[in-house]
Design a protein around this ligand. Structure first.
Ligand SMILES: [Zn+2]
Ligand SMILES: [Zn+2]
Length: 202
């Protein structure tokens, strides 16, 4: 998946298709966000329907990362096998913004080194989540479990180590890769929309 292929795909869409797509994205975003917010204010997760302090082992969910349960390090793969990077990041961003709008996420472009694809921290209550991906990680490095496109994830609770960058090489989904390729195009606005995906042609 590279920017050139994505560009060709997006340019193959008619203006009508693009406009319809953008409108559907916006509607879906609004719907999802309303569902998220309504549930959040009641301490409930709109993705799985459980309260934040509940975890059902047969239904892994991003809300486990809020750590209102006995969620353990070894449970993390169950979450990323089900939700991709954009899903997880959108949910955590939405939570952080509920607490302190626009102040809990430091992903200012200037802070990001050139060799990084992703590098930012989200704060929520006593927790900090940091996403990190270098060009190397996106390409895949070494053999075996790190040779595919992946990111690294760190989680601190009350300032203490809980998950460390080197614990996991978290694979990106095809959709994630599409988004990164698209975001390199000057004609595309890519960001966090419905379920973490927003990509529209300008
Ligand atoms: Zn949930
Ligand atoms: Zn890596």
């Amino acid at each position: 998946m590279d920017a050139e292929k994505v560009r060709i795909f997006l340019e193959s869409l008619s203006d009508e298709q693009t406009e319809l797509g953008n409108r559907k994205d916006q509607e879906e975003y609004d719907q999802q966000f309303a569902a998220f917010e309504g549930a959040y204010l009641k301490g409930n997760c709109y993705l799985c329907g459980e309260d934040f302090d509940q975890m059902r082992t047969d239904s892994p969910c991003t809300h486990w990362l809020l750590r209102r349960t006995k969620f353990k390090k070894k449970d993390f793969p169950k979450i990323y096998e089900k939700y991709d990077y954009h899903n997880i990041a959108a949910f955590l961003r939405w939570c952080a913004n509920q607490e302190k709008p626009l102040r809990n996420i430091n992903d200012l472009k200037e802070e990001k080194a050139e060799r990084k694809i992703i590098s930012y921290t989200i704060k929520w209550k006593n927790i900090e989540w940091t996403f990190d991906c270098s060009r190397n990680d996106l390409a895949g490095h070494g053999n075996g479990f790190s040779s595919y496109p992946h990111y690294h994830f760190q989680m601190r609770i009350d300032g203490r180590e809980f998950l460390n960058f080197n614990d996991f090489h978290v694979p990106f989904s095809d959709r994630d890769l599409f988004m990164f390729a698209a975001s390199e195009l000057p004609t595309v606005r890519a960001g966090f929309g419905p379920g973490g995906l927003e990509c529209s042609r300008l």
